[in-house]
Write a protein that binds this ligand. Sequence first.
Ligand code: DC
Length: 225
Amino acid sequence: MVPKISIAIDGPAGAGKSTVARELARRLGFLYIDTGAMYRALTLKALRRGLNLDDEDSLKALAGESCIELTTDPEHLTRVFLDGEDVTQAIREPEVSRHVSLVARFPGVREVMVRRQREMARCKNVVMDGRDVGTVVLPDAEVKIFLTASPEARARRRQRDLLAQGHNIQLDLLIREIRERDRLDSSRPVAPLVPAPDAWIIDSSHLNAEQVVEMIVARVLGRLS
Ligand code: DC
């Protein structure tokens, strides 16, 4: 029997998780699951409905009734569908980025999301990225990575990505937003952003995505042999 392998990649925004996770999944032939995209899709729906983002019950109910699907296109890019609508671009808008931590802080919302994430990983080899994958979603993952980088390095990467989407945002503002998001994500009582005790911590401030992927592939192949 071929062993089933889950790779958990956690870390703060802008550390390069999704680039690394996507490439890793492509190299190993695993399914890539972007858990942040799920919280973003829910946030988009809540904003469109004008829901009060302090109202946990409404947000949990919204999560329960929403169909959020992640598919991989032939270029290995994830497409995100919210109730059948392709929201891949919409969930990356700054308005969603600004509000997603508020939605993701609620245990009721996370319970619904975590259940779906575990379901997706049950039968397949996956690379799953997020904040709580190694600690909560897949605590038995065979490989756990905590990928981090300095706020400045992360803000510069975010600025480049946003520019490619036509948004020219000042670096200072992005650094402030990143610090604030880190603060919210790491201080929340439920599933805070912390490395799992058995995670391998990689600082990508001075590494490119390819170098990080190489390091992880070597470790995964080492485990398989
Ligand atoms: O990785 P990202 O920037 O797309 O994540 C968006 C937000 O969702 C971020 O504020 C943290 C939150 N998130 C979370 O709380 N748990 C996860 N597993 C993934 C993301």
